[in-house]
Write a protein that binds this ligand. Sequence first.
Ligand code: SAM
Ligand code: GLN
Length: 289
Amino acid sequence: MYKTVFEALKWASSFLKEHGRDENAGELLLRHYLKVSRASLLAGLRDELPRDIGEKFREAVLRHAEGVPVQHITGYEEFYGRVFFVDKNVLIPRPETEELIAGALERIAQIFGDADKTLALADIGTGSGAIAITMKLERPSLQVTGTDISGAALSVAKKNAGSLGADVEWIKGDLLQPFIGSGRKFDIILSNPPYIPEGDKEGMSIVVTGHEPHTALFAGEDGLHFYRRLAEELPAVVKEQALIGVEIGAGQGEAVAELFQAAFPGADVEVVFDINGKDRIVFVKLFKK
Ligand code: SAM
Ligand code: GLN
């Protein structure tokens, strides 16, 4: 058995590599059990590792090697600098989605100006609540509604809203149907819908396909199912002046931009690329005529 922090990390990284997992997972797990920042972990590499922690760590590394996501072992993921509780009922929030938040905040300021203005925002398919809660906390004057078709996901979102102190309204329903029924309209609609083509399933890591809900991931043969439905349903639920922002999969930019441009002929439709140079977000800006 390893004696020091350094030896433990070295063992984990080669063990995880052998099993085709991310070698850096060991660092995240050990930080979790030692309750330290990355900086203090690295500053204490030569320290002796307490035996009980060493054992918990070893067990966690073995579980991750078998395919359990690190976030299901620790119980949380960080998103936009905050800690979100996650379990098997929700998608683990991804760093790419932080770019949807940053891009939306920037455009909201541009289009609507004044930070105190009351604007209604809906996050469709909220999962852990990552987008809805973050938007509320970053711009508290927003009136935020989060929706999901999964009641189990909404329970997780509510728990996160409680622990992070975000006042958000939660609605269970199929895409925009709850609002079409009630005639409610929004200034801002954001969504990270499922967008992976069904056919990609076989090639994906068991860490994802074996542990995250498939209703959060897959979207028909070409992955565009939800964008087609959104393009159809959105015109009924946005105000005359509005911002729409959706996350997309790499390579879907052109198709999604076309769908939205057809739904909103007069709008300004923009494809945004992420830090890795992949198309990642489509924004639609609607202006008063
Ligand atoms: N917004 C979260 C995030 O970015 O981390 C979760 C996104 S996950 C890719 C998609 C979410 O959409 C899942 O929580 C899933 O339950 C939900 N969903 C799937 N089909 C839906 C539908 N027809 N109506 C509403 N939500 C749906
Ligand atoms: N980015 C996620 C993945 O690659 C997919 C999320 C989604 O379909 N919206 O696993």
